[in-house]
Design a protein around this ligand. Structure first.
Ligand SMILES: Cc1ncc(COP(=O)(O)O)c(C=O)c1O
Length: 396
């Protein structure tokens, strides 16, 4: 009986050790800082948010920064502050998270999709140019997985055609392109501190801009349209009146969130180095499998190593992407999809008439892509389990 049981194939990891995709690395400093919020009672927007804004803009070498409660809010407010609204078109990528597109819709504008380069998975500048009309107001590129877009080409198009550039940097905190930080090329750079991101505040985001007036406007719009610094109204300097100067939103970040972010930011380079190593290990250990691995970072750029995405082409791998994902899950390894192409979603099809086959690169990548775990929290054993599971499924 015991002999028969031992022949049952065992997964690479036990089920009680399931490797959760994108699990964040939280240290004792974060815990202490959150405790400080609880003890002082300053939970909402306050001095810790102001500190995170200061330290984040210093890290990114940007002039102004406004913390908000998500990257979606950052994108939405950037477009509003820039005066983008009904009748305007904004060109973005067909391979992104739905939030990028939804933020354009929230602003009242019309999203227009451009297909991606099949190798870098970033928006194709030629496709952008082809989609410009007299209604186009802005280009909204996404630095996919942390790999910078072709910023020289995009900046040149924006300048030549008189368009705004708003960068979705949800994956790209540590990204640079020819020595310049992602998020500082256009009018706005929008960042995400969601749980799975390179630094987290649970939920959270940040806008960077070089324009002080636009930064002030975003600050106002993020807190009900109340005059700037209204968050200080209950401070120890005594009650202060505020004035509503616009109909804004409830998009402010809390000090509890910033308490996490301050210490996450301090370890950003250390965590980047850890992910770089994991990324290199995957490149080395998976190279002989029937998968398409990501290309190395382009010269003169710095990749943020936010996602490690491989393509499973059933013609080559003899297995579909979804079968591969199911098999990885059976090995107790969590995986993700970034992303199915935007035009496959029914809401967008109904509203904008988009047809997936008009964006062939995004469509194919959306069907073949799978993201392997890439978090600074991964131990060496976790990484070898991911490699072992992939090898077992594709070669075993
Ligand atoms: C490319 C991209 N843009 C925008 C967002 C939205 O970020 P948030 O969840 O902070 O609103 C995400 C989040 O996953 C993303 O990956």
């Amino acid at each position: 009986m015991a002999k028969a049981a031992s022949k049952v194939p065992q997964p690479i990891r036990r089920s009680d050790e399931f490797l959760v995709f994108g699990s964040p690395l939280i240290g004792d400093d974060e815990k202490r800082e959150i405790l400080d919020c609880l003890e002082t009672g300053w939970l909402g927007t306050g001095p810790k948010v102001a500190r995170l804004e200061r330290e984040f803009r210093a890290y990114k070498q940007a002039a102004h920064s406004v913390a908000v409660n998500s990257c979606t809010a950052a994108l939405h407010l950037s477009m509003l502050a820039a005066g983008i609204g009904p009748g305007d078109e904004v060109i973005t990528t067909a391979l992104t998270f739905c939030a990028t597109v939804n933020a354009i819709i929230h602003a009242g504008a019309t999203p227009v999709l451009a297909d991606v380069d099949p190798v870098t998975l970033n928006i194709d500048p030629g496709q952008v140019e082809a989609r410009i009309t007299e209604r186009t107001k802005a280009i909204l590129p996404v630095h996919f997985a942390g790999r910078p877009c072709e910023m020289n080409a995009l900046v040149a198009i924006a300048k030549r055609r008189g368009l705004l550039l708003i960068e979705d940097c949800a994956h790209a905190i540590e990204t640079t392109y020819r020595g310049k930080h992602a998020g500082t090329f256009g009018t706005f750079g929008c960042f995400s501190f969601y749980v799975t991101k390179n630094m987290t505040t649970g939920e959270g985001g940040m806008v960077l801009t070089s324009d002080e007036k636009l930064a002030d406007r975003i600050k106002t719009l993020a807190l009900h349209g109340m005059s700037k610094d209204a968050w200080r109204r209950f401070s120890d300097e005594g009650y202060k009146h505020y004035y509503v100067v616009d109909c804004g939103y409830k998009y402010n970040m809390m000090d509890i969130q910033a308490a996490l972010g301050i210490h996450q930011l301090r370890r950003i380079e250390k965590n980047w180095e850890r992910r770089r190593r994991v990324w290199s290990t995957y490149q080395e250990e998976l190279g002989d499998l029937p998968l398409t691995l990501p290309p190395p970072p382009e010269e003169g750029t710095r990749h943020a190593y936010h996602l490690y995405t491989v393509l499973v082409d059933p013609g080559r791998s003899r297995i579909t992407r979804d079968q591969f994902m199911t098999a990885m899950t059976a090995e107790n390894i969590g995986v993700g999809v970034h992303y199915q192409s935007i035009p496959i979603h029914p809401y967008y099809q109904q509203r904008f008439g988009w047809r997936p086959e008009e964006y062939p690169n995004s469509l194919r990548i959306g069907q073949q892509t799978v993201s392997l775990p890439l978090s600074a929290k991964l131990a060496d054993r976790d990484v070898s389990d991911v490699v072992g599971a992939a090898r077992k499924i594709l070669k075993g």
